[in-house]
Design a protein around this ligand. Structure first.
Ligand code: ACO
Length: 403
């Protein structure tokens, strides 16, 4: 990196790079991806090992602090996160301002952005202790905020966090328990949820993470930056893809119609794309998709829902696309979102909550990346340039003289 700086200077070369596909915007030590080889590592650890052997909070500790925690550190980290799971009671009234049919991602953007109005005691981004408290707060409160966005849309009372439950269990409890029934979290579903959170925890400089960094580069507070990340994640080409997958499966409607949709996906005059296929970085099987596919089987076995029509369409679509010349040649494999939507649906999570779950998991990566950026001595305000193609100069025409 020092050599690159010496060669190009601090400002780098001016390049025209739509979508920043070839532009490194920062240095990072958190996540490594080799898209051609289908490799994903956090702080050097393979995602396969982390998903198999760790729980989500251990991975969160790894992303934030750089190391997997030992047993004592893990306990301390868990109790710190647990300490912050509640949100300010006044925020419950903030929810009431939304329409009941508001998309939960709209509520998430609003509520997370509003956290900065409640936690003034951790907003000094130049104070390492403040930064750490904000990081803990965001990781801890996100399940509560997401579950409450769902509860609000159904008209059910908010369920408060139960801090004797694990991170994933607590989220399921706040989603599905009601004050009048004794809800018992299914351990297989809790394990699957924990694994999904691990698989979505970080993915280096994708659109939403770059948004968080760009917003943070101006010195904005971390709650506002994460709200910006949530907004970016919402789009169907990014975090909204698993929601789009389920919508597409419903539109296909029957296995017999799959060839018609495959044909449309290949037609360059049709804007339709197979949702849940392809990835900007992975031109090989996304390693997370492999784990997700296995988790999907475990969940379906546990719930005994193999006959569900949409799931059957999904399985058949996967089979046909993986054998289709177009998809093989363009290296379009099912991505992580293809399976996560199927798992969520089987678990009874409504489609509108899918992207919220992604946001909940990715908050850990976002806030770790934000912290790394603030501590980077080379960090400066993000300011992409442009290739101007408009009219260079015009003579001013007074209002009365304009045609
Ligand atoms: N269905 C059909 N064709 C596709 C698809 C698809 N899902 N994805 C890419 N292609 C085709 C493109 O039409 C293009 O064809 P061409 O070379 O003939 O022009 C070629 O494959 C390359 O596509 P690009 O758009 O250049 O690839 P890019 O890397 O920019 O896009 C993206 C990646 C946005 C994910 C794309 O594959 C897509 O739209 N997929 C569907 C949405 C989706 O599943 N998003 C989730 C991404 S994963 C995540 O956010 C966690």
């Amino acid at each position: 990196v020092a050599d690159i700086r010496k060669f190009y200077g601090e400002t780098g070369l001016f390049t025209y790079d739509p979508g920043f596909t070839s532009t490194g915007s920062c240095e990072s030590k958190i996540t490594y991806i080799d898209g051609d080889a289908g490799v994903l590592r956090h702080r050097g650890y393979a995602i396969e090992d982390l998903a198999e052997n760790c729980d989500f909070l251990e991975v969160a500790h790894l992303l934030l602090r750089g190391e997997l925690p030992n047993a004592a550190e893990r306990d301390t980290f868990e109790s710190t996160i647990t300490h912050h799971t509640m949100v300010h009671e006044q925020l419950t009234r903030f929810y009431q301002g939304f329409r009941r049919d508001a998309h939960p991602m709209a509520i998430m953007c609003g509520v997370v952005g509003a956290l900065s109005a409640f936690y003034h005691d951790s907003l000094d981004i130049n104070d390492p202790h403040h930064r750490m408290v904000s990081q803990h707060r965001l990781i801890a409160k996100m399940p509560t905020i997401a579950a409450w966005a769902y509860k609000y849309s159904t008209g059910q009372p908010f369920m408060y966090p139960k801090n004797n439950l694990s991170y994933a269990e607590n989220f399921l409890h706040m989603m599905f328990a009601t004050p009048c029934d004794e809800y018992k979290v299914n351990p297989v579903l809790a394990k699957a949820m924990d694994r999904i959170l691990i698989l979505h925890a970080d993915h280096e400089q994708n659109a939403s993470t770059s948004t968080v960094r760009l917003a943070g580069s101006s010195g904005a507070n971390p709650f506002a930056c994460i709200a910006a990340g949530i907004a970016s994640l919402w789009g169907p080409a990014h975090g909204g893809a698993n929601e789009a997958v389920l919508k597409m499966l419903s539109e296909i409607g029957h296995k017999d119609r799959i060839p018609e949709f495959i044909k449309r996906a290949k037609d360059k005059n049709d804007s339709f794309r197979l949702m849940g296929f392809g990835h900007r970085v992975y031109k090989n099987y996304d390693p997370r998709a492999k784990i997700m596919s296995q988790t999907c089987k475990e969940v379906l076995d546990e719930l005994g829902v193999h006959d569900e029509p949409l799931l059957q369409i999904a399985m058949e679509l996967e089979r046909i696309a993986l054998e289709d010349e177009y998809f093989v040649e363009k290296k379009l494999y099912p991505n992580v979102d293809f399976y996560s939507g199927i798992i969520f649906r089987a678990m009874g999570i409504p489609v509108s909550m899918f992207t919220c779950l992604f946001a909940l998991a990715r908050t850990t990566g976002w806030i770790a990346q934000w912290g790394e950026m603030i501590e980077d001595p080379h960090q400066k305000i993000g300011r992409p340039r442009q290739l101007f193609t408009g009219v260079a100069e015009r003579k001013f025409v007074a209002l009365a003289d304009r045609p």
